[in-house]
Write a protein of this length. Sequence first.
Length: 337
Amino acid sequence: MVKQRVSMADVAEVAQVSKMTVSRVLNHKPGVSDDMRQRILEAAGQLGYMPQPHALTDSVSLIALLIPNDPTLYLGEVLRGISGAAEQLNCGLMLYTQNLFNHAVHPDNILSPLRTGLVDGMVMIVPRNYEEIMESPRRYELPFVIVDHRSQAPNEASVTATNRKGMLEATRYLLALGHRRIGFITGRMDIACSHDRLQGYKDGLNEVGLPYDMELVLDGDYLQASGFQQSKNLLEMENRPTALLVSNDLMAYGALEAARVLGLTIGQDVSIIGFDDIFLSSQTYPPLTTVRQPLMEMGEVALDMLVDLIQGRRVLDLRRELPTELIVRETTGRVPE
């Protein structure tokens, strides 16, 4: 039996990075941290990787890219990863936007160009009305990858982050600071990552024997206005929470504003943690403690997986989950006396 040659995808899987990142390291290009570079080189050595000439030169004519009509920096980071990977893989991108607030638009109206056969595959970022949207690529047998949402079908490709673990680590951190009354603002509950983040919060409470109090959990929609309103609702409670876990950074900015409006000192009277670590989160006042998602890499991995699917190459794992990291800044502190 002939031993199968080790590919960049194999190295990427072991090192838990994108194939684009592996390519940069093995081709001695900048833009990769020393720790990640070392991890990739160790994985390549462990697997016995040998360079494959023209491994990334196959071209794909056109990729459809479906994004929500939601102008956030979260999307910008994912799109940077997708466009960078598309450039390296000689792919063109065709952009489709989906209005988050117009439920009357039928998915076929959004995706009608798929029927022309112009595109070879599709990347979708947190699509609304997921099952309806998926009717089109399934019907036309179009390869696709979903970003930040998981299909229930095991043979459908997706790229997410460790949402549950990331929120668990954030909850553990607040508990270690002495907080026991912790409010939580969810994201849109029609996508899997929102459920995973809520479950991470529940896991953290359960670890220390705290009950899950539904009064402390309010629904958000990933937009700043809902973060403001729901945080204000929590912080105006008679027995208000001493800390807030917010399911994305944009809503966390609303939480910061709500705390200021109520005259609370952030990091002392109330601690606030977001999720994503988009660029502005290090520039807020005070700088936001948050859970970092590898957003750019998620985009790279999604495009890379899609090209493999289109070209019939082996995909080691159709459900990639990239690691998150808690970034501690100044919006968190010990529970007030």
